[in-house]
Design a protein around this ligand. Structure first.
Ligand SMILES: NCc1[nH]cc(CCC(=O)O)c1CC(=O)O
Length: 307
């Protein structure tokens, strides 16, 4: 049996899928083959907010359904919150650094950037948190792959904000001039986590993938994405969530979660924040925690910000 692992053609996707494929090979003892799949998200240069939710995902999922591949490797933060009935995610492997980071010219950090600095990002979540700092920066909408974004630093931009995990996966970690504290910029739900997906009916590969599941990453990403699901917001919404995890001393199977979330006005004029802690022993409990936090945010009136 050869396990066919589908990947988008971008450098980031190839890098993270290659790494996941090695792990699948290790735990399964089977041969693994990478199958490149081109998605609309890769071939179009339109903003993600126009292309719509799930653009990077649908073609990979179709390839699973058409039996062209056995496993799809996704950046978990790019997945819509509704899981299709015919597909499962048996594994969320150990998470990379979930933080956003800055790549700035001359090694600068956010503190060093004067008013008028041009900072590039395509994410409404990042834009609104940058604007909320009220430092007089010009926030410039950008798209494209990691290399083309970071190449603009020192040219038409003073800095860009990107996910640390993506930079590390493509080997550009050394470009980072600041890992931004989540107090300053809270990351996207499930940022830095991968989701390994297969057909639900495929019990063999489900069992293989499950060996790569990391309980901490799984519970954290589940809680964070539950916030998004409850708010009925997509991956481009100005919603951020991050769960810190630690082993619970009561029960070796349980995980202590400290879950923070925020919803921002796109112009940065308002950010509603909330947090909650709990000990959870199952994905269902992690999901319930995220739902509860979202409900508290809704009680505080965040629906105005999501309209
Ligand atoms: N939206 C694109 C995307 N999807 C996943 C990552 C980075 C890797 C990750 O968060 O797992 C990125 C790039 C970025 O946000 O900088």
């Amino acid at each position: 049996m050869t396990i066919r692992v589908g990947t988008r053609g971008s450098k980031l996707a190839m890098a993270q899928t290659g790494h996941a494929a090695e792990q699948i090979e290790r735990v399964s003892g089977e041969a693994v083959k990478l199958v490149p799949i081109t998605t609309t998200g890769d071939t179009s240069s339109a903003p993600v907010t126009e292309l719509g939710v799930g653009v990077f995902v649908n073609q990979l999922r179709q390839a699973l359904r058409d039996d062209e591949i056995d496993v799809a490797v996704h950046s978990f933060k790019d997945l819509p919150t509704a899981q299709p009935d015919d597909l499962v995610i048996p594994a969320v492997p150990a998470r990379q650094d979930p933080r956003d980071c800055l790549i700035a010219s001359e090694g600068r950090t956010l503190d060093d950037l004067p008013p008028g600095s041009r900072i590039g990002t395509g994410s409404p979540r990042r834009m609104s948190q940058l604007r909320a700092l009220d430092r007089g920066w010009e926030i410039v909408p950008i798209r494209g792959n990691i290399d083309s974004r970071s190449a603009r630093v020192g040219n038409d931009l003073d800095a860009v904000v990107l996910a640390a995990a993506g930079l590390r996966r493509v080997g550009r970690e050394s470009d980072i001039t600041q890992s931004i504290d989540p107090l300053t910029m809270l990351p996207a739900p499930a940022q830095g986590a991968l989701a390994l997906e297969c057909r639900k009916a495929d019990k063999t590969n489900s069992a293989i993938l499950y060996k790569l599941n990391d309980r901490y990453a799984h519970f954290a990403a589940t809680a964070e994405r539950a916030v998004l699901a409850r708010l009925e917001a997509g991956c481009t919404a100005p919603v951020a969530a991050l769960a810190d995890t630690s082993e619970a001393d009561t029960d070796p199977e349980a995980v202590d979660l400290y879950l923070r979330a925020l919803v921002a006005a796109e112009d940065g004029s308002r950010i509603d924040r909330n947090s909650v802690t709990a000990t959870v022993s199952s994905p269902e409990e992690a999901f319930a925690l995220g739902t509860r936090l979202a409900d508290e945010l809704l009680d505080g009136g965040v629906a105005d910000l999501l309209a």
